[in-house]
Design a binder for this molecule. Structure first.
Ligand SMILES: Nc1nc2c(ncn2[C@@H]2O[C@H](COP(=O)(O)OP(=O)(O)O)[C@@H](O)[C@H]2O)c(=O)[nH]1
Ligand SMILES: [Mg+2]
Ligand SMILES: [Zn+2]
Length: 311
């Protein structure tokens, strides 16, 4: 790309990156842009989701001249500025595991993002079964019950996403791609069914993109955010693991928003809410102010953090 005279400067958002080019949406037009060598020298690679300043040249191409400070950034998938995570669980197939959900929620909190919970595949389970899962989370996060294949509940979810930049997260097979396609109205993501038909594995890796889907909503098309193990693999395998490696054991309780009213009220200032006497968090648990499965997840993740730290 040759330098040509600068025509104008605009603010935009990177929606796609391919082979050194960044596609920047600014005022509804998309500009093919390159980053100034300056960024790479400083080790600052632009990411999909970055808010940037571009200088548009006479030939229509543009240079990225500044990257706005990020709310958060992720390595796998490589994206920035997730405002809200849509954590997707299935009512069945696969059966929901609260610990897996809670790991994602801890990541969202640790990364300064909001979260909502979707219980998808509502058509496969009874209402009592769905309610017992929803009840764990309703006091803490908005919960949406959906059947993506039958088109139920999508409008409410869409309303919750208004004006947000959001990413879908959750275990494989819960319906993230189906929901993304339903929300965008386009067959953007390969669902389990299409990848089976094409004889491809589920681990098809592909660059992330950011889609504007109306109502000010931007949705990341993230094939990542599916892993859930902090300690099973030898090295960091995904964002959750990397996050857990960084998170201090003292910070974990702050990643459970419903613990907040009790923090600082335990007998010991350094209480980790395990077996210490006069623990306000455990008292809230006994009195029903904290859901047992959430507390159990806290304890499990806490032990993992302590194990990680020992190495
Ligand atoms: N019964 C039912 N199946 C669904 C629903 N949503 C998705 N599926 C199916 O679940 C499978 C996995 O969906 P997919 O979107 O690929 O999940 P992902 O791995 O989270 O992206 C596919 O066969 C979908 O057709 C739903 O609401 N109800
Ligand atoms: Mg998928
Ligand atoms: Zn305590």
């Amino acid at each position: 790309m040759m330098e040509s005279p600068v025509k104008e400067t605009k603010q935009g958002i990177i929606i796609r990156g391919i082979a050194g080019f960044y596609f920047v949406d600014a005022d509804g037009s998309v500009y093919r842009s390159k980053a100034r060598g300056l960024f790479r020298k400083k080790g600052r690679t632009p990411l999909v989701g970055d808010r940037v300043t571009i200088e548009i040249q006479n030939d229509g191409d543009a240079w990225i001249t500044a990257i706005a400070p990020r709310r958060n950034a992720f390595v796998r998938p490589p994206i920035a500025n997730v405002e809200l995570f849509v954590l997707v669980l299935a009512a069945r197939k696969p059966d929901p595991l609260p610990l897996i959900a809670d790991r994602f929620l801890v990541m969202a909190e640790a990364k300064n993002a909001e979260a909502v919970i979707v219980i998808n595949k509502e058509d496969l389970a009874g209402s009592a079964e769905i309610a017992s899962l929803a009840d764990i989370y309703r006091p803490v996060y908005p919960v949406f019950v959906l059947s993506a294949t039958e088109g139920r509940g999508l409008d409410d979810l869409r309303s919750a996403l208004r004006s947000k930049t959001a990413a879908l997260a959750g275990p494989s097979g819960v319906g993230k791609s189906t929901i993304l396609n339903a929300l965008t109205g386009r067959a953007i993501a390969e669902t389990g069914e299409t990848s089976e038909r094409l004889g491809r594995g589920k681990q098809t890796t592909r660059a992330s993109e950011l889609y504007a889907i109306g109502d000010g909503i931007h949705l990341f098309d993230t094939p990542g955010f599916t892993s859930f193990s902090a300690t099973m693999a030898a090295g960091p395998v995904d964002e959750i693991e990397a996050m857990e490696a960084e998170l201090d054991e003292r910070e974990l309780a702050y990643c459970f928003p419903e613990f907040a009213p009790y923090l600082g009220k335990c007998r010991f200032d350094d209480c980790l809410h395990r077996t210490e006497p006069d623990c306000a968090v455990r008292r809230a648990l006994e009195e029903g102010g904290i859901a047992r499965s959430r507390y159990e997840s806290y304890r499990t993740i806490l032990e993992e953090l302590r194990t990680l730290k020992r190495y």
